[in-house]
Design a protein around this ligand. Structure first.
Ligand code: ZN
Length: 319
């Protein structure tokens, strides 16, 4: 199961489909956009111009690549409400591996909960700017994501693909590592899986491996105490604003934001100003207005679809 068919999910799915992985579930909530094409290698200019759902466009491309495999595209946001339902498929059963192609930390922590709760290997990865990282978690023996990163970073504190871009070779390399780890696990060679967190900066030519063998936290809320906090959240993360073409997106963790930092990030993308308790403005390249509050809430104007609102939040504010 590949969650997110973007910069990481596209090359990874392509490699796995060509390798003959018999059943692939592709989950993505977004539409193909022209700005995706330099790194999201399954999509064409036509997909972008017709705004096709990524999961559907990716499935069509992969079926053309390998008609002998079974592909199940799902146009959805993997969130706490439906994550466990998405994990079970009438024809496919429970996946043998979870592959992280997500563009936000919330989804990664949900994936980690699913991985530990259901003992499914989880290939974690991230790529932004010129940097990438990857590892694989093998429950119940290995550490889990929360042993290493106990909580997601506060919204707006980390660069996102939208605020700093992605140097496309980074995502292709990281996705190749993901495919490599997935193939090892699927072929029964878990012992060969990487036991390190790989990090590199392709621009600077820097690379390091952090040994994770002693990182299992005996007090980890997830893998030690089996509290699946990200799956158990009441996921009222979006609320439609009555009488207005707007949606409020709530952060899943309420933390005070650095509005000056948010302002600096958003100014690159449009006309924004800090008016005390919120940063407000409109995007230049997309027809949406954003109001970001100091408690992490945001109101997205010009949108009526909650999943699209969540996507805009993750891309421009980050979570
Ligand atoms: Zn853990």
């Amino acid at each position: 199961m590949i969650v997110g068919v973007g910069a990481l999910g596209c090359p990874c799915a392509d490699l796995l489909a060509r390798a003959g992985v018999a059943k692939l579930t592709l989950i993505d909530r977004d539409l193909v956009d022209i700005t995706n094409l330099h790194r999201q290698t399954l999509y064409t200019d036509t997909d972008a111009r017709t705004s096709r759902p990524k999961a559907i466009a990716a499935a069509d491309r992969l079926r053309a690549v390998n008609p002998d495999i079974d592909i199940h595209p799902v146009v959805a946001d993997l969130n706490a409400n439906d994550a466990e339902q998405l994990l079970e498929h009438e024809r496919f059963g429970t996946p043998d591996i979870l592959i992280d192609g997500a563009d936000n930390f919330e989804t990664r922590f949900i994936l980690n909960d699913l991985s530990v709760k259901h003992s499914i290997p989880y290939v974690y990865a991230g790529a932004v700017g010129t940097k990438g990282m990857a590892t694989v978690f093998l429950p119940p023996d290995s550490p889990c994501l929360r042993c290493i990163f106990p909580e997601p970073p506060p919204p707006g504190s980390q660069p996102t693909c939208e605020t700093v871009g992605v140097f496309s070779p980074v995502s292709s390399i990281i996705a190749s590592y993901q495919a490599s780890e997935a193939l090892k696990v699927l072929m029964g060679h878990e012992k060969r899986a990487m036991r390190t967190l790989l990090e590199f900066d392709l621009w600077e030519g820097q690379r390091r491996r952090i040994d994770l063998s002693g990182s299992k936290d005996p007090e980890c809320p997830c893998c030690a105490h089996r509290r699946f906090e990200f799956l158990e959240r009441d996921d009222e993360d979006t609320i439609s604003i009555c009488g207005k073409d707007a949606i409020q997106v709530n952060p899943r963790i309420r933390q005070r934001l650095d509005l000056q930092q948010i302002l600096e990030n958003l100014r690159v993308h449009g006309d924004f100003s800090n008016i005390g308790v919120l940063v407000k403005g409109t995007l230049r390249d997309e027809p949406y207005g954003l109001s970001v509050f100091h408690d992490g809430r945001a109101i997205i104007e010009g949108v009526s679809d909650p999943a699209l609102a969540r996507s805009i939040y993750d891309r421009y504010i980050g979570s």
